[in-house]
Structures are given as structure tokens and as C-alpha cells.
Design a protein around this ligand. Structure first.
Ligand SMILES: O=C(O)CCCC[C@@H]1SC[C@@H]2NC(=O)N[C@@H]21
Length: 256
């Protein structure tokens, strides 16, 4: 285990930092506001591919300004990326991250039970088990990952599940983060070496609702169409009833 190296970690209750498989730096905190904030504050000094995770998160954030309920025994982790030679645009990282996460979950649940929902949710038996939040800081991008291993919120507007609720013995968060970090190196290398085409094909192979009707809610607008695929910038391609294909860059999608 490496000695503590960052100033200002006392308040967070530092557990330690170590090099995981492939010499990835993984920092383990007892408690933190948000692992995304922790990394964003250190984006200028930490190396590309650095991870942080925490036993407790007091101000977890989700997409679209929502709070992320951070229950004990779950994973709250973030990884720092900077554009590397050969890599595509940052928006594509969203799909690299979703594949990384699904690949890590494959060790615990049969692959057919795990599907991907645009843009970057992971579903277990059709219900959300994990979410991803990408935040840019200059040219860096912090990818936050929340996984319901042991518990899930029961009172939330949107249905959620956990490995435990699905009858799967959950791993420890630290073991899961170890899997995630190793998987991210491999998934990212595939993206770099084979371009977005390989990542898109892999993502679409696990996508929930591909080729089926869905509703995309974009603010006050709701569009109905058939989910046809993914554009290079990560937009969902929706074939509308009039035959035109509309690119959906932001919003939420629901099956109909
Ligand atoms: O589905 C979503 O809305 C994205 C959820 C992302 C939650 C994770 S938990 C670790 C990291 N820190 C945060 O504050 N958010 C992300």
C-alpha cells in the first residue's frame, strides 16, 4: 500500500492508495462528498487512469442534476481520463464505461440478465442496477460509477435493483473496483486500437430496446420512434413515424 500522498484527505478519512493490476492507482476513502468532486479537484495532478472509491458518499450526484442515493455496501467510484493518442472524442467514453461496467458485472450475473440502456445505465433483469456520470474538467473527463451491489433505493421515482435484491451474493466494493479498473484498461484499449466501431458494436449487442419502439423525453418534448442505433457522437438514432432519423443527444428514453 502506498503512503497517503494528497493534501486535504484527512477530512475525507483516507483508507489508502494502492496500485491495482496493471499499476493503476486506486485511492480508497472512508467517506467523501462525491468521488467525482474528489477527482475533479485533483485532475491537474493525478495521472490518467487514476481511480478513487469510497465506503460512504454523502453528496452523490446522478445524471440530469439528480441525487445518487449512496447506500452502504455499494460502489461509489470514479476514474480520471485525459485524451490519449489514438482515442476518439470524449463522448464515446460513455459507452466504453458502460461496457466496462457490464463486463465487471458479468462475473456475478449471467450476461443475458445484464443489458445497457442509453446513454449509460446498466440494467439487471430490466431494472437499473448501476449508473454512470461523465463530467469534464478542462480536457480531463471524470467518469463516476455507482453500482448497487448490496442495496438499492426503494422510495425513488425510478425503479432500481441491486445484485443482492436479484439473489446474487454481492462482492465487496473493493473487489469490484479492482475488477472495474482492470476491465477499464482493456475496454479503453479496444476503443483506442479498433476505433468507435468496435465499441459501438459491443454496446449495441447488449443494448436494451434496440430495433424496438421507444419514447425519448427531451425537456418538454416527447418523441416516439424506433431505436435504430448510435451515432459517432453517441447520439441515439431514432427513426420517427415519418421515416426521418432524429439524433437524440440528451434526454431519457423509455420503452413503449
Ligand atoms: O445514473 C446516474 O444518474 C449516474 C449515477 C452516478 C453515481 C456515481 S457514484 C460515484 C460518482 N460520484 C458521484 O457523485 N456520482 C457518481
Amino acid at each position: 500500500m502506498l503512503a497517503a500522498r494528497h493534501a486535504g484527505d484527512h477530512a475525507a478519512g483516507r483508507r489508502g492508495a494502492r496500485r491495482g493490476a496493471g499499476a493503476v492507482l486506486i485511492t480508497h476513502l472512508a467517506t467523501v462528498g462525491s468521488t467525482n468532486d474528489w477527482l475533479t479537484e485533483r485532475a491537474a495532478t493525478l495521472p490518467d487512469g487514476s481511480w478513487v472509491f469510497a465506503d460512504a458518499q454523502t453528496g452523490g450526484r446522478g445524471r440530469r442534476g439528480r441525487a445518487w442515493t449512496s447506500l452502504p455496501g455499494n460502489v461509489f467510484a470514479s476514474v480520471l481520463t485525459r485524451p490519449q493518442p489514438g482515442e476518439g472524442p470524449t463522448q464515446q467514453l460513455s459507452f466504453v464505461a458502460a461496457l466496462t461496467l457490464a463486463g465487471a458485472l458479468d462475473s456475478y450475473a449471467e450476461a443475458h440478465r445484464l443489458t445497457l440502456k442509453w446513454p449509460n445505465d446498466v440494467l439487471l433483469d430490466g431494472t437499473k442496477v448501476a449508473g454512470i456520470l461523465l463530467e469534464k474538467q478542462g480536457d480531463a473527463c471524470v467518469i463516476g460509477i455507482g453500482v448497487n451491489l448490496a442495496a438499492h433505493p426503494v422510495d425513488s421515482e425510478r425503479p432500481a435493483t441491486s445484485l443482492a435484491a436479484a439473489g446474487i451474493a454481492p462482492p465487496s466494493p473493493s473487489a469490484f473496483v479492482e475488477d472495474l479498473s482492470g476491465n477499464f484498461v482493456r475496454t479503453r484499449a479496444t476503443w483506442r486500437d479498433h476505433g468507435f466501431a468496435a465499441t459501438r458494436t459491443a454496446w449495441l449487442a447488449r443494448a436494451a430496446g434496440i430495433g424496438r419502439p421507444l419514447v425519448a423525453r427531451l425537456g418538454s418534448e416527447a418523441l416516439t420512434g424506433v431505436f435504430e442505433g448510435l451515432a459517432d457522437d453517441g447520439a441515439l438514432q431514432l427513426r420517427l413515424d415519418n421515416g426521418a432519423v432524429r439524433a437524440v443527444h440528451a434526454g431519457e428514453v423509455f420503452g413503449v
